[in-house]
Design a binder for this molecule. Structure first.
Ligand SMILES: Cc1cc2nc3c(=O)[nH]c(=O)nc-3n(C[C@H](O)[C@H](O)[C@H](O)COP(=O)(O)OP(=O)(O)OC[C@H]3O[C@@H](n4cnc5c(N)ncnc54)[C@H](O)[C@@H]3O)c2cc1C
Length: 399
């Protein structure tokens, strides 16, 4: 029998399985899709801005060295397109390490799957769908569509923002529709990006340029839903013209380096992150606006926190699905999740509009932060995921 069943083998669930297997636990990992399907380039066109704190987790799990093409972010420039107000961060203002790295989601998945395969203690069930969950007894029980039944003292739910398991556990989710869609694509360019990540605030939403390897940049371009649909239909020349209008001239000649993807945006927060013998992690617990590139970073902080609690109890031979552990997890993660959800939601409301008093307020804010070094350093430490009560996996010395 396994010690833990994890539903969802995405960026978060896979890291969770590795963290527990390294601590000597036996894990059953379930995903509705096969690993090969999830490594296809058409599956996910996104990159993730992996903050310094998440890199510490991936290093501790020995996933980091296997990641292909992690491009360091040395500079960040955030600006209001209309008024020119801006704030500029250079990593040296915060310390010796880059703020983070831009990594293609499929490359991160590939490195995670490579590690998963090294552990005999991890049994992968994929493709397999969960048809029923029972968490009433001394063990949680999961039934798969191929008839397999799995039992364990603890169930971890990592099946993403539309989590079906969350519903099966009777946990409601609050959903706010942004009416925005993120258009995601990769461009190649003739001029180097110098490790500069740019976020331009436009009335319809943020337009981000994320530096990738091989002189490429990932675009995350937020538009109102209807406009996004029109932009997605444009031919390559017209689309590149729209991108150039928003990106500026600093990257030289542009060309598309892959397909375009559309991600409708919603804020989804589970009303509770725990149920008897079960905890939600990653997007299943909280899916936030990508305005600050923090979704998976928040998920890795869930992983680091709950892994620490589980392994501490397992070492003492205590029940790892006990209410005491679940309550500690919910308490530990509450503030970080609530403040990140509120900050990203608020930033989107503040910046994605053309209302004059709000424009004045945000410009005063950007200029103010840019001129006050301690304030800048405060925001840089947040962007790097290095504030608050950090789990051991996120502390460099632990790796
Ligand atoms: C446009 C955009 C840009 C983003 N950029 C960033 C960024 O720069 N930095 C950052 O930190 N975050 C970013 N994010 C957020 C990030 O992508 C998510 O937070 C992250 O993918 C969540 O990972 P997850 O493992 O929780 O969920 P997912 O990646 O959704 O994985 C869920 C897994 O569960 C499986 N599954 C689903 N249903 C079932 C089921 N019923 N049974 C079994 N398995 C199931 C799926 O096949 C999948 O493998 C961005 C998001 C968007 C939309």
């Amino acid at each position: 029998m396994q010690d833990v069943v994890i539903i969802g083998s995405g960026l978060v669930g896979s890291a969770m399985a590795i963290a527990l297997a390294r601590g000597g636990l036996r894990v059953a990992l379930i995903d509705a899709a096969s690993q090969n399907a999830r490594l296809e380039s058409a599956y996910d066109g996104r990159t993730a801005a992996i903050a310094y704190g998440s890199r510490c987790v991936l290093e501790a799990l020995e996933v980091w060295p296997d990641i292909a093409h992690a491009e360091p972010i040395d500079d960040i420039r955030v600006c209001d397109q209309d008024t020119g107000a801006y704030v500029h961060y250079h990593y040296k203002d915060a310390g010796e390490e880059p703020f983070g790295h831009i990594i293609e989601n499929r490359h991160l998945r590939q490195a995670l799957y490579g590690q998963l395969a090294r552990y005999d203690a991890i049994t992968l069930h994929a493709p397999a769908k969960v048809t029923a969950v029972n968490n009433d007894g001394a063990l949680a029980q999961v039934t798969l569509d191929n008839g397999t039944q799995l039992k364990a003292p603890l169930l971890l739910v990592a099946d993403g923002k539309m989590s079906a398991t969350r519903d099966m556990l009777g946990i409601k989710a609050n959903i706010s529709e942004y009416g925005q869609t993120a258009i995601v694509c990769t461009i190649a360019h003739s001029a180097p990006h110098h490790g500069l990540a740019v976020e331009r605030f436009l009335p319809a939403g943020p337009f981000a340029l994320l530096p990738m390897s091989e002189q490429r940049t990932n675009i995350v371009w937020t538009e109102r839903d209807a406009v996004a649909q029109r932009m997605l239909q444009l031919d390559e020349t017209a689309l590149l013209q729209e991108i150039r209008k928003r990106a500026g001239e600093h990257l030289g000649e542009l060309s598309l380096a892959g397909p375009r993807f559309a991600y409708p945006l919603k804020l989804i927060r589970a009303e509770r992150s725990i149920a008897p013998r079960a905890a939600l992690i990653g997007d299943a617990a909280h899916a936030i606006h990508p305005i600050a590139g923090q979704g998976v970073n928040l998920g890795y902080r869930d992983v680091a926190a709950i892994a620490e609690l589980i392994l501490a109890r397992a070492r003492l031979g205590l029940d790892i699905g006990a209410d005491a552990l679940l309550n500690d997890y919910a308490r530990w993660r509450r503030f970080d999740v609530a403040s990140m959800a509120a900050a990203t939601h608020g930033l989107n409301l503040l910046f994605s509009n053309d209302i004059l008093p709000l424009r004045l307020l945000r410009d005063a804010g950007l200029n103010g932060v840019n001129q006050v070094m301690p304030l800048k350093q405060f925001f840089m430490r947040h962007a790097m995921g290095m504030v608050g009560d950090l789990p051991t996996l996120m502390q460099k010395e632990a790796s």
